[in-house]
Design a protein around this ligand. Sequence first.
Ligand SMILES: [Zn+2]
Length: 499
Amino acid sequence: MSLIISRMRPLFVYGTLMRRFQNEGARRLWDGAQFLGPARVPGRLYMVDRYPGLRPAHGPDEWVHGEVVMPANAETLVPELDDYEGTEYRRVETEATLETGEKIDVCVYEFHRELPESKLVRSGRFLAWALVLLTVSTSLSAQTRRVSDAEVRKVHRSAILIDTHNDVTSRTVQGFDIGPRSADGHTDLVRMKAGGMTATFFAAYVAAGNTEGNRSAHRALQMIDTVRRDIVERHPQQVVFATRAADIVRAKKQRKIAALIGIEGGHAIEDDLRLLRDYYDLGVRYMTLTHTNTNGWADSSGDMAKEGVQHHNGLTDFGKQVIREMNRLGMMVDISHVSDKTFWDVLEVSQKPVIASHSSCRSISNIPRNMTDEMIQAMAKKGGIVQINLGCEFLSQKSADTSSFGNPSLRPDSGVKIVRATIDDVFAHIDHIRRIAGIDAVGLGSDFDGVECVPEGLEDTSQWPNLTRRLLEHGYSAADIRKIYGGNLLRVMRAVEAR
Ligand SMILES: [Zn+2]
């Protein structure tokens, strides 16, 4: 079940400069599109009579009876401009519910060009809007289109590709040089370049064992140092240290790889907000609240069934302070690894969008590290994103069932061979999230060098163009792909950076 671009039905358009687009643009951009007619109402977009049943799906403040205004998060979206014969536009997708209960995807087009009626200008730059409906009945899973190598290259190059979770730091901290092509592992600069990558969040991974003897902060500092010294300083021609969305965009222009830091394991702060602030000052821009261990202030999905662990039923009061302080500092809250109750607590407390830096969909592969549809949708409503983990067990139920990680009843020495996932499984997760939560809610968080089994077709950091091909084959547009690869994350980063 999937959306198909060519079946989009533009519902209405708004703004005088839209005429050309209205008359010919949509037809060209989406073959077979049918306009249902424009509606002009100053200051508002008006829902045409054809769809009188459209009712609020985002709460009374965001949808007005009989009329449509933009969803609250629309203005925080990063301009992902496409070009239609000199008219720049971008697309924002959201969901609405018809009175019949049928859910539809609503697609709003935002045009960046000056309107004479300046009172209509929103935020000084959003100049005209059009809204279209997508029909949701057509399945794309079976049908694919032919895609040329040139198209794959062009679209791939146009994207800012950001991977939010890479564990090669566990190697560099032991002396591994990320520079030359390596015969093993998933990550080195040669392969990252070949894969067209722009940025990576390198994990400052603090294993649970460091809590013994209070060495968690010590370990976190070592891991931060390996990013700054062994990855960035050692390769100044190719890598640049980054802490902000703008740094990533600049790195793309400079054809460098932006290196960012995310702490994995909230025990790294040793229950002290002062350490959290120190980490921010050292350049850390997200923190995974827990690893596989419940810490002093947040429950982990990794030990909920373990006896003898002191659980908190989610976040403690101090844990909530941690979230608020991360919001205040401008450090992204990462809910990968946390227990379900911790997730819901975080969503309630956080004033900023949150990320799952390396998790996938539980409805496809049922493991506690993945997220339920309900969680994904709730997170998306608050502007958050799920960054797909490429570990086989995260992607495929068959893989999960045949590994001791996904299937605790299997002993590690059972001799059962893990069934390998494929790049089609990766696509299935992306498409699932797009379908249930929208294109703005999905990204990439490979977990390369942190997982052993990776999917066929996406074996290391050089293989990303294969994913671009898959997405294009399934009808994804270049703009969609740019969102998935980095546009969505840049949007979240900017929202989190904003004071
Ligand atoms: Zn992890």
